[in-house]
Design a protein. Sequence first.
Length: 402
Amino acid sequence: MRDKNWTGQLIFIMGGILLLLSGCNLIPKEQEALAPPLIEPAATQYDIEVIERNDLIDAYEGSAVFHSANSTEVYTRELGHRIKEIHVEPNQNVEKGQLLIELEQDDLEFEVTQQQIALNEAKLDVDSANERKKEQQTLRANIEKKKNKLKEINDDIKEQEALLKKLENEEEQQKQQDKIAKLDQKKQQQQQDIEMTEQQLVNMADLNRDVTRAQLNVERQQNQLTNFQTKLEATKITAPMSGRITSLTELKAGDIVEPFDSLATLSDPQSLRLVATPVGNRVDDLTVGMEVLIDLDGKELLGKVVDLPDENNPDKDIGIEVEDLPASIDLGERAKIQIVFEIRENAITIPTSAIRNYDEQQVVRILDGENLTEVGIKTGLEVGDRVEVISGLNEGDQLILR
C-alpha cells in the first residue's frame, strides 16, 4: 500500500516539471542591447581677450557743470521790508542797473521829502549866521576907521592948540579957540559913535560859534537825509552787473525779507568754469594745477584745477578752468571729467581677474594655437579692474580670462 502511494506522488511531481518546461516557451525573447552612438567630445571653450595697446589713465573721474566764475548774490540790508513785486524770472538775462525786485516803501518817500525841507532850513540858518558874521566884520572895520578918524581929530586939535599959543592978536586968538572948540565937539561925537559901534559888536557875541553850530546842524540833517534816501533806494533792488538770473527767491508779494538773505544770484555767462562736487577719498590726492581731461558730448577739452576743498571749507566744490572754451557753451551744461594722477601711454593692460598668483610669481594663461600655456608677467600701474603689464605679454596674444 505504501509503494502505491509513493508511485503516485512521483508521477505527480514529474507531471508538474513537464508543465513548467512547456510554459517557458510562452515568454517573449529579450532583444539584444544596441551599442551607444559614437559622439566626438566638444572642444573646450575659453573666454579670450586679444592683447592690445591702449592708454592707461589713473584719474579722479566724475561729472561737472558749467557755472559762472563771476557770480554775485543779490540781497537787502534793511530789516522788516516786504516784497512788493518781482520783476524778473529765472534764467532771464538782465542789464546792469535793471530793476529786479521791488520792496514796499512804507513812508520813506514822505520822510525823504520832510528831511529835505529840514536840510534846506538848516542851510538857511548857516546863511543867516554867515551874514551876521559879515556884519560883525564890517562893524570891526568901521570901528577901526572911526578910531583912525578920532586920531586925526586929536592930532588936529594939538596942532591948532600949538598955533593958538603963537597968536598975539585977541581977535585971531578967539577965532582959533572957536576952531579948537569945534574940533573938540567933533571929537566927542566921534568917541560916542565908536562907543555905540563897539556896543553893537559886543551884542553880536561870538558869531563864529553860531556859524559852526549851524554848519553842524546842516551836516546832521544831510546825514539823516542820506539815510532815508539809502533806505528808499534799497527798496529798489537792481542788478549790480549784466548777466543771467541763475537763482531766484521763492518769496512772493507781501512776504517779509530777512536782511542778507539771498534773493537772487546773478551770473556772468561769458565767464564760465566747470564745477564738480567732490566725491570719494581720492579728492584728498588732488592739487591745484593738475591737468583735467574733459569730455563734452564727445568733444575733448583740456583744463586745470583752480580750486579745491580745504580745511576751512571742506564742502567747497572742485573748480576747473577750461582751455579754449567754445563760445557755444552755456551755463548749466554738463561734462565728464578726468583729473589725471598718472598716465601710461600705449601700454598693454589686462583685467586683474585674469592674473593667478603662485608664491610671489604672477601668472596668466594664454592660448597658443590649440595649446594652453601659462606665462609669468610683471605688472605696473593698476587702475580700477585693469593693470599695466610691463613684461611677459605681447600684442596679439590671446589671454584666457576664464
